[in-house]
Design a protein around this ligand. Sequence first.
Ligand SMILES: C[S@@+](CC[C@H](N)C(=O)[O-])C[C@H]1O[C@@H](n2cnc3c(N)ncnc32)[C@H](O)[C@@H]1O
Length: 234
Amino acid sequence: MAQLIAREHWATLLDGATGTGDIITRLLAHKPVLGRTVVAYDVSAEMLAIAQRKLAPLGDVVQLRQLDAQSMPTVADSSVDAYSMSFALKICNRDSALKEAYRVIRPGGRLIILEASNIPWLPLQWAYLAYTSVCMPVFCWLVTRGDSSAYKYLLRGIREFPSAEALAAEIGDHGFREVTFKRLSLGIVAIHTAIKPESNAVPNNALIGQVHPRRSARVDRDIGKCEAVDRIAR
Ligand SMILES: C[S@@+](CC[C@H](N)C(=O)[O-])C[C@H]1O[C@@H](n2cnc3c(N)ncnc32)[C@H](O)[C@@H]1O
C-alpha cells in the first residue's frame, strides 16, 4: 500500500483513518515528503497520540488531525491530490466515507483503498471464514488471556463487506472513474484505486440512494454469495 501511494504523483496526500500511522511511516520510508503535504487523520485521539509518538523521529512532516471519515467539514472540496484509507472502510459508513472522499479529492486526483476482500475460489473463502470465525477467536482469546475484543473489532464487518468486484462498482457509483483493484494474499485483502474525473460530467452516482439496475444485479449476486458463505461457515 505504502509503495503504491509512493508511486502516485501527489503534492497533497490525505491518509484517512490512519490509526497509529503505520502506512504513513512506511510511505515516508519510500518517498521523501520535501515540498509535499501529508495529512493523516483518525477519529480516535488515542490512536493519533500513538501516531504522533511514532512519527516524531521523522520530524514535523505529517500533519495529524482528528476527523471523522464520514463528515470532514474542515477539509475543503477538491483540496487533496490523493486520498488513502487502509482497513477502515468496513468500519465506517461506506456510503458517507466514499462521498466525503469524492468531495475532498481534486478532479484528476486519486483514491487508494486497502481493505479486506474475498477469495474468489469459494471453497478457500469458506475455509478462510471458518478459520477466522472459529480458530482465530480461540487463539486470540488464549493469547490475550480472555480479551479478544481487538480481534473482533478488526474483523468487524468482514463478512458483510462487498467482494472486490462489488466494491469497485460502488466506488464507480460514487462518481470515480478508472476503478481498478488488485487482490493480495489470494484475495483476503485488495487494493482499489480510482480517479475522480477531470470534468463535471454527470457521474453515475446520481443514482446513489436509488436503485442502479446494473449495479444492483451484480451487488445482489455478490451479497448473495457472501450470505451463502456466511451460512455455510456458521
Ligand atoms: C484497523 S485500524 C487501521 C489503521 C491504519 N489505517 C492501518 O492500516 O494501520 C482502523 C482505524 O480506523 C479508525 N476509524 C474508525 N472509524 C473511523 C471514522 N469514522 N473516521 C476516522 N477514523 C475512523 C479507528 O480509530 C482506527 O484507528
